[in-house]
Design a protein around this ligand. Structure first.
Ligand code: SAM
Ligand code: SF4
Length: 470
């Protein structure tokens, strides 16, 4: 991407961006890279080649933060050897920890929260000119003044440069930022700010532009993507309506959306997905727990019975839909009986896949304030492993009927293993995805990257389908 833009800033820098966390962060990093490139900076692939090292961070679990703090610790000597190096911490941890980052890592120059990423280019210039350290964050949500808080979390949706994208045939498009659900364990509402939906016409213009540049698959992003609501044009546009509006864009072949909240999984949305052939019959809709008592403590706003009804509604409208979920094990007060009920929901749900997390207390959340983290780590670990094993069995059972069948995939490119051996033979191992987000690997030529084609499935495991070109 380096050199793609020439509208220069006076101080061109070599920037390395390291990203951890969710798809939102991956998208933010892509947008940051394009914008810094547009300002004349050069993007480099390793920290060693860089004079500006930016971490786009996550604070959903302690582990993600620990990783960043140890990476920052390792950079201390680089700063000593090359004092001109700029080190920046961006994203969720920047908003959450603010000054604490400078206390723990005084060699950090710049701290920028997710609601201030639009200013990053100017801030880098400022820091390069010696005005360090600089902290640029949004207001605390708890500070009371609702409008001032809202204004301080500025959605980061700069104009896309489709030609400068890492995967021209696939794109993520943010349709909303922030979250207003306040699940008791979750830091996201505090660090990403109030829920704000983007106007549908802007989303449509962005998707159209991406499709004009050869993008075949768009994934719409939101923390609770199915609570999307745009009333800016005097009409109420929900996610189902938005999918309808995007569906007819010429060149676009696939539309996906993540992450759904069970509360907003309406009959209208399910019907829209069933009626729009380009929309993937795939729902990532985290349940978090199978126990009503724990769901209440988590402030999730639904019961297990309602969640099961929702699964039945999806199954009824779209028999072959893939549903995936997230679960947290070891939430405060989770008994063996609560856990048993979660196991029951995993078995009943027959999810294509589930992400399973051990509860991690987050300072500033209700759960951390109200409940003791009383499930021992060892028990969390055991519950996590057992649930993973059960889910893997189910994932395998879901994949087995695909053996001998042809599935349609979008080819994403050489697998990680093949990337490590560039130019090794004419055929390489390629990776593609089905419309239901199943990963398929097969042998083919690199030129197939970005094509939608059929692959014959010969073998499966819990996570991957192995195929060949028919
Ligand atoms: N907005 C999405 C949702 O509501 O499902 C995803 C938010 S979060 C980035 C992704 C997942 O992390 C959640 O679904 C939850 O399972 C998990 N998570 C969030 N906070 C957590 C915590 N404090 N400890 C462990 N897991 C957590
Ligand atoms: Fe966090 Fe809940 Fe919002 Fe998802 S819906 S981001 S889990 S508060």
């Amino acid at each position: 991407m380096a050199g793609m833009f020439d509208a220069g800033s006076s101080m061109s820098r070599r920037v390395y961006i390291e990203t951890v966390g969710c798809q939102m962060n991956v998208l933010d990093s892509e947008l940051i890279a394009a914008e810094l490139s547009r300002r004349g900076h050069e993007l480099v692939e390793t920290a060693r080649k860089a004079d500006t090292i930016l971490f786009n961070t996550c604070s959903v679990r302690q582990h993600a933060e620990d990783k960043i703090y140890s990476a920052l610790g390792r950079l201390k000597h680089i700063k000593r050897q090359r004092p001109g190096t700029i080190i920046g911490v961006l994203g969720c941890m920047a908003q959450k920890d603010q000054k604490l980052i400078l206390r723990r890592a005084p060699h950090v120059d710049l701290v920028v929260g997710p609601g201030r990423l639009g200013q990053l280019g100017e801030l880098l210039d400022r820091v390069a000119a010696g005005r360090r350290p600089w902290i640029e964050v949004s207001r605390e949500r708890s500070s009371g003044d609702r409008l001032a808080v809202l204004a301080s979390f500025r959605p980061y949706d700069p104009v896309r440069h489709p030609a400068a994208r890492p995967a021209p045939h696939q794109a993520m498009v943010r349709i909303m930022s922030g979250c207003d659900r306040f699940c008791s364990y979750c830091i996201v509402p505090a660090v990403r700010g109030p829920e704000q939906s983007r106007p549908a016409d802007r989303i449509k213009a962005e998707v159209r532009q991406l499709a004009d540049h050869g993008c075949l698959e768009v994934t719409l992003l939101g923390q609770t993507v199915n609570s999307y609501e745009d009333t800016s044009g005097g009409r109420r546009i929900r996610l189902g309506d938005l999918l309808g509006r995007l569906h007819d864009i010429a060149g676009l072949r696939r539309l996906k959306f993540v992450t759904n909240h069970p509360r907003y999984m309406t009959a209208e949305l399910i019907a829209a997905v069933a009626g729009l052939p380009k929309v993937s019959p795939y729902f990532h809709v985290p349940a978090q727990s199978g126990s009503n008592r724990i769901l209440r403590r988590m402030n999730r706003g639904y019961t297990v019975e309602r969640y099961r009804e929702m699964l039945a509604e999806i199954g009824h409208a779209l028999g072959d839909a893939a549903v995936t979920s997230d679960f947290i094990v070891g939430f405060p007060g989770e008994t063996e009986e609560d856990y048993r009920q979660t196991v029951g929901l995993v078995r009943h749900g027959r999810f294509k896949n589930s992400f399973i997390f051990k509860y991690s207390p987050r300072a500033g959340t209700k759960a951390a304030e109200l409940y003791e983290d009383d499930v021992p780590y060892k028990v969390k670990q055991q519950r996590n492993n057992k649930l993973l094993a059960i889910q893997s069995e189910i994932s395998l059972e879901q994949n087995e009927p695909l053996i001998g069948r042809q599935v349609e995939i979008l080819v994403e490119g050489p697998s990680k293993a093949a990337q490590k051996r560039p130019g090794h033979g004419r055929l390489v191992q390629l990776v593609g995805r089905t419309t239901c987000d199943r990963i398929v690997v097969f042998q083919g030529s690199r030129e197939l990257t970005g094509r939608i084609l059929s692959v014959q499935i010969e073998k499966v495991d819990a996570f991957t389908l192995f195929g060949r070109l028919p």
